[in-house]
Design a protein around this ligand. Sequence first.
Ligand code: 3HC
Ligand code: NAI
Length: 702
Amino acid sequence: MSNVVSYELIENIAVISVNSPPVNALSQAVREGILNAVTTAQTDASEAIVLRCEGSTFIAGADITEFGKPPMEPGLPVVLDAIENSSKPVIAAIHGTALGGGFEVSLACHYRCGIASAKVGLPEVKLGLLPGAGGTQRVPRLAGVKAALEMITTGNPVAAGKAHEMGLIDELIQGDDLKAGAIHYAKQLLESGAPLKRVRDITIDPATVEPGFFAAARKKLALRARGQIAPDKIVSCIEAAVNLPMDQGLERERELFRELVTSPESAAMRHIFFAERQAAKIKDLPKDTPVRDIKKVAIIGGGTMGGGIAMCFANVGIPVLMLEINDEALQRGMNIINKNYKITVQKGKLDPNKMQDLLDLITGTTNYADLGDVDLVIEAVFENLELKKEIFAKLDGVCKQGAILASNTSYQDINAIAEATSRPEDVLGMHFFSPANVMKLLEVVRGEKTADDVLATSMQIGKKIGKVCALSRVCYGFIGNRMLGGYGREAQMLLMDGCTPAQVDSALEKFGMAMGPLAMGDLAGLDVGYKARQARTDLPDDAKLYRVGTLLVEMGRHGQKTGSGFYKYDAETRKRMSDPEVEAMIKAEAAKIGVEQRDISEQEIIQRCLYPLINEGALILEEGIAQRPGDIDVVYVFGYAFPAAKGGPMHYADHIGLKNVYDKICEFRDRDGGEQYWKPAPLLEKLAREGKTFAEWGAEQG
Ligand code: 3HC
Ligand code: NAI
């Protein structure tokens, strides 16, 4: 029938099969193929129609690559109308993930069946969109308003069993032969004279929705929206499902979808969707690079990071051996893991029965000789190069040939660590983010001699433990932490220039950062930066520089752990509160060193904190530390909670225009301390002059 949609008549059942790898997305060809097949079925000998897919999944959504391009006929609504108006029952047969437009296709069918491993969902919100093909109108009709709101505003998929309970799937097919099961189900429906059940015919009684429900939902979503505009519009659509007839509800949904699909927020989130997938690919590594088998992992150091990393592997069933300096430290590490799992159970995110199984996968040792059979070691001891080199030399002595030796170091030189072994090709950085069992990013750091299969294996195992991986070459701080330098510096400079800590943080939080830089400093501990600065000899001799952070530490205010830092913290709730003492101290210090304070706009706060990220990002690209601009964006969105709705620092820079960024940096350079702080990156200057974007530059690099 077409290249991507086939049609066969099996006895009295028409079977339409979509076969458009990798995920059967609703490209123009797929839409046309389904429309033609449904039309054919109207006039042949079939009595019912099964719509199914080949490959790993049912239709996983609209074809995202078509967004932003001129629309191509037939549009999805036309296809859905044809299905819904079919004179013969249409049954969707779901396996894999029926997502977005794919799930919406199934909702326009008269019946839905699926196998137990299937999932259904409307993840459009994660792309800055809302379901644009009836999802917001049909899900509340089937599952109720509350469940629909939860499903569509979180975008999280629902497993088939739960979807069945919610009324979203009519029949669970036993076993794995979905095609045969669906045909059998279709015949049963015919035999029982089942009606053409159209979801649109269900009406929702507005009286069933509590007064104030939508207002409360809007308020809650605004708090977690972080620069996103889609959640509020989703509420409007669901409100329309309650208050308007189906066709008007669909019209409202389409109108709001159209607004979102052209919004910068959605463009940014779609960019992140593709950048995330691209970041996992290493440019110079062939797709078929062999990978090593990782059956057992060892973690050296069971502190803050080691414990979290151990959990990541246990969570996917990989046994972990944790090595510590002594029994006491080992027990401390195990206790933290235990506590973390307990919290997960309390939150209802882990089955209490499964907790012990996970704990059983993590065993401890204080003896290096026990590491002989592990396939991967991740070192997470104190941040000290000599100590790390010593440990890698020991690992070299005890680990089997072919074991991968990784360091979780934040700043140290992976090449120097690799040289402490006789097998530098097996050494690399695997840089997790705190808390390691929660944060999605994994920076995979490629040493000069790291072997291809070691890199490929690390990317693969990273994906397996649920991380988003991005590759960095070796430099101080790798991609993410290296870029942070100017961000933290300017946050503190702004205080000297006249801002309060709350003004700085709230400007960046309004921009969409999960937490402002000063509150983040308090969380991480101000003593960490203080100690690091003391060890540096390259800092400019400037009384303003880090003056506030330094004085706070010297006052014993190390951040949340001491109950105060840039803010003071409620002992019970840990809620941050502005501290007049700090504000007065900043004013007095500025006066002491002759800094004239002034009112500073939110825009300036954002520019001064974020433009250094962009500038350092440009240097990182020029030096080949990051493979692509999108990789940097992935690092910031998944490792530093940069708002996805802004697309990461490099995409954001493209959005504002590189010339604007460059000009502003020059302005700050001329006003605020010269090139020691504000030296435009040559790549930024070049692209600004040529009127190009980072994305265009990245595409040219291949
Ligand atoms: N359109 C275009 N390409 C898509 C796509 C889509 N909807 N979904 C996935 N792809 C591509 C990926 O970019 C990737 O391409 P690559 O191999 O060149 O990098 C390839 O398919 C495989 O994807 P994954 O690596 O993500 O494969 P997984 O097996 O890990 O995951 C998945 C499969 C769960 C389906 C995941 O790809 C996914 O979540 N896809 C997006 C689903 C989605 O957001 N759907 C809604 C789209 S918007 C919509 O439908 C609007 C409607 O309401 C009108
Ligand atoms: P931590 O101080 O919480 O834990 C370090 C652990 O290593 C301690 O439990 C200590 O007993 C153990 N240890 C020390 N020497 C050892 C040895 N010779 N053999 C075995 N165990 C030994 O430190 P944290 O925060 O977990 O950091 C560890 C590493 O992870 C550092 O390199 C750090 O830079 C890096 N990192 C830290 C992040 C963070 O936010 N804390 C984030 C990302 C990386």
